[in-house]
Design a protein around this ligand. Structure first.
Ligand SMILES: C[S@@+](CC[C@H](N)C(=O)[O-])C[C@H]1O[C@@H](n2cnc3c(N)ncnc32)[C@H](O)[C@@H]1O
Length: 437
């Protein structure tokens, strides 16, 4: 095993380990991230080889880069001693490769003049390859961590690492700009932000050639990001208007065209999730979604509020045809309890996902009301992650489950009670000014 240094972005630090563990697991190896500290963007991990390093980083959103670690010091003298002691066997391997030097600084920076002096101080590496700034074979990176004292920036780094760059993440290759909602062809009030949609897909292990299903598609945020990772996305929503979009040029299909992934797009269909029409042996590899919580959109299912009254209308005819059999019939909708919808979602995932398939969805909770028993559980699904994105007075949680084989009997829990949901909705609109009643 070799030491590698991961440099993380300063975004959602509590989601980092879930993302990288999931990506390592996707490539069938395990990764020990127990040394991770959310306050520290640098982490040393042990990996077999560069290929493993490349695999965990190339589609990461929360990391910036990974480097084969050549040395560490709390000042440059220490760094040089460490590089010469622990990495001298590597110097010859890359002696004739073209190369360049890069700098990454956390909470501080160096002038160009100082950087040149630092590069020159690595003269003992005795590289003979040409310097190539555009397409070098090797990129050597100096990573500095500064400590900020109050408002004052320190000018001496606290830690310095030196490494050979193995892989920059998708984040560093502008994926966030590419999928930014501001640039997207079709969005609405329910569209989910690009960064967390991409992270959700990574933790759900969305992958090439596999079917990813979003049962509450809306404007298609998760389908679009799933396609980025090569998946075959498919969605449904009870609201045909969401799926149709705003015009012939502003809809989900056009968004896929915008990203050049239309070839992977399966389709979307108008369907009440609780009356699911997929044949029972239709395999779905992963499910990613943002169910309706009644804050920005309604939760409704097909059915009549008053079944007796509706039964009386069963024989109603228009132009000699039963009204409910006509193509233009709009089925009545009735309210439904979210706790039941989440149960339906877990049962669906348990019956349709293959063993090891993942279900990932977002659930909002009031911070002062949250109890872990609000998280729904199903006996065939193991809850892998409960990751919180905290806002001022409420949070939303990314819940990620894995389908286990028949020998697994986990706990079963209905989770959110209707009373919590009503309270959440009411309190959300009142700005969480008072505790639930
Ligand atoms: C929070 S939004 C999801 C937004 C979506 N992630 C996006 O990017 O726009 C929830 C969606 O669930 C849909 N919905 C509500 N009840 C439903 C049901 N019974 N079956 C299927 N979809 C439903 C709503 O129409 C809404 O589009």
């Amino acid at each position: 095993m070799k030491d590698y240094l991961i440099y993380f972005a300063q975004a959602y630090p509590n989601f980092r380990t879930a993302e990288l563990e999931s990506l390592a697991n996707l490539h069938n190896f395990s990764l020990d991230l127990s040394g991770h500290d959310e306050k520290n963007p640098f982490l040393i991990v042990q990996l077999e080889d560069d290929e493993q390093a490349q695999k965990i980083l190339e589609r990461s959103i929360l990391a910036r880069g990974i480097y084969e670690l050549w040395g560490h010091g709390t000042n440059y003298e220490e760094l040089h001693q460490d590089v010469q002691k622990r990495s001298c066997d590597k110097f010859d391997t890359y002696k004739h490769d073209t190369f360049k030097f890069n700098f990454e600084s956390f909470m501080g920076s160096k002038s160009n003049k100082a950087r040149i002096e630092i590069i020159e101080s690595f003269g003992y590496l005795e590289f003979e390859g040409a310097i190539n700034l555009k397409k070098p074979q090797q990129i050597y990176t100096v990573l500095e961590e500064y400590k900020v004292n109050g408002m004052e920036k320190a000018n001496v780094p606290l830690n310095i690492w030196f490494g050979r760059q193995i892989q920059l993440s998708a984040r560093m290759n502008n994926i966030l700009d590419k999928y930014d909602l501001k640039r997207r062809n079709y969005i609405g009030t329910t569209s989910f932000d690009a960064e967390l949609s991409l992270v959700t897909c990574n933790i759900a292990q969305v992958r090439s050639g596999k079917i990813t299903y979003d049962p509450f598609t809306g404007t298609g945020s998760f389908l679009v990001t799933a396609a980025n990772f090569g998946a075959l996305p498919m969605g449904s929503d009870i609201d045909v208007r969401m799926l149709k979009g705003k015009s012939a040029k502003c809809n989900i299909r056009e968004t896929f065209k915008q990203y050049g992934t239309l070839g992977q797009y399966i389709d979307v269909l108008t369907m009440d999730f609780t009356n699911n029409a997929f044949r029972s042996n239709f395999v779905i590899d992963n499910i990613v979604c943002d169910p309706p919580y009644g804050v920005r959109e309604g939760l409704r299912v097909c059915g009549a509020k008053n079944p007796e009254k509706a039964a009386g209308r069963e024989n109603h005819e228009i132009d000699g045809q039963k009204a409910h059999l006509r193509r233009d019939f709009i089925p009545p909708k009735k309210p439904y309890e979210l706790s039941n919808l989440l149960d339906d979602l877990l049962s669906f995932a348990a019956s349709r996902l293959p063993v090891d398939g993942r279900l990932a969805f977002w659930m909002p909770t009031a911070n002062d009301d949250f109890q872990v028993n609000q998280i729904p559980q199903h006996e065939n699904l193991e809850l892998l992650y409960n990751l919180e994105q905290e806002f001022n007075k409420w949070s939303r949680r990314l819940l990620v489950y894995i389908k286990r084989d028949e020998s697994y009997k986990g706990e079963t829990r209905n989770g959110l009670k209707e009373e919590n949901i009503k309270n959440f909705r009411e309190r959300y609109f009142r700005g969480f000014s008072e505790k639930s009643r």
